[in-house]
Design a protein around this ligand. Structure first.
Ligand code: PGA
Length: 260
């Protein structure tokens, strides 16, 4: 794991966007794995700014999102289809045929999950997978106890996750109980995984992911097995890392150091 510690959330977001921009500028037809959640909102805002400034090529990319709530159609205001349309796909003017999310309203969610993994493989696999992390260590909606070899499938959300996400729903709406999520094996097949975490609420999960035992209690710890995982943190999210000084020596201010 490459652990990059930036001084504040804005710097961490900018570093994450820089990685996305580099990937797309090196390979404009790259397949991106995309994430939702509060952490990604400033990432997409900054990416849109950079695309409008002509600093990053987005027209030829293809994307696959991590997850979608079971039962929500794409038009539902709290669906991840809506989140992505509003924050990224619409502002970038992307061709909808290039952007993919699991269908939460599919009549057979298990079949939809299998179809989704097949579609990712058909597209040549994911070049860059963006990830957030839950306070409970989940990636995508792979909640604690998820098989570390799991394919895309239906998962039951934990109470903690439903409570954390209730802020996005209205007072009369209930957070769905199930989601279709890329599996941990799906995420581990990506050629580069970049996880962004900011704020104190993520510090415990980040330490468990990077320095704790590999195990289903912290699904993000599976990234220890990823051949190319980059973890982008702000100072607060990095606060519980025992080896922090080492990471800061290896990558001062979260930057690359050239050898020699
Ligand atoms: P957040 O969610 O960015 O809203 O904190 C991250 C996650 O649950 O994976």
């Amino acid at each position: 794991m490459k652990i990059l510690i930036l001084p504040d959330p804005a710097a961490a977001v900018a570093r994450c966007v820089e990685i996305i921009a580099q990937t797309l500028n090196e390979k404009p037809q790259a397949v991106l794995g995309l994430a939702t959640g509060g952490t990604m909102e400033p990432v997409y805002a900054r990416l849109v700014e950079r695309a409008r400034a002509g600093e990053v090529a987005v027209d030829r990319m293809t994307s696959f999102n991590l997850d979608e709530y079971v039962g929500l159609p794409p038009e539902h205001s709290q669906s991840y289809h809506s989140y992505m349309r509003e924050r990224l796909f619409g502002p970038l003017g992307l061709d909808p045929s290039r952007t993919h999310l699991p269908r939460g309203d599919a009549p057979d969610p298990a079949a939809e999950a299998a179809r989704y993994d097949a579609a990712i493989a058909q597209a040549g696999g994911i070049d860059l997978q963006l990830l957030g992390i839950g306070g409970n260590g989940h990636i995508g909606f792979n909640e604690p106890s998820s098989s570390l070899a799991s394919p895309t499938r239906v998962k039951t959300l934990t109470r903690a996750t439903r409570e954390a996400n209730a802020r996005f729903f209205g007072p009369d709406e209930t957070v769905p109980r199930f989601a279709i999520t890329m599996g941990i094996a799906t995420i581990l097949r990506s050629r580069h995984a970049v996880l962004l975490a900011t704020g104190t609420k993520k510090a415990t999960a980040v330490a468990a992911m990077a320095e704790g035992p590999l195990g289903a209690r912290c699904p993000a710890s599976a990234l220890q097995m990823h051949p190319r995982a980059t973890i982008v943190l702000d100072a607060e999210a990095a606060a519980d890392l025992e080896l922090r000084q080492y990471y800061e020596t290896a990558h001062p201010e979260g930057q690359e150091v050239t050898l020699g």
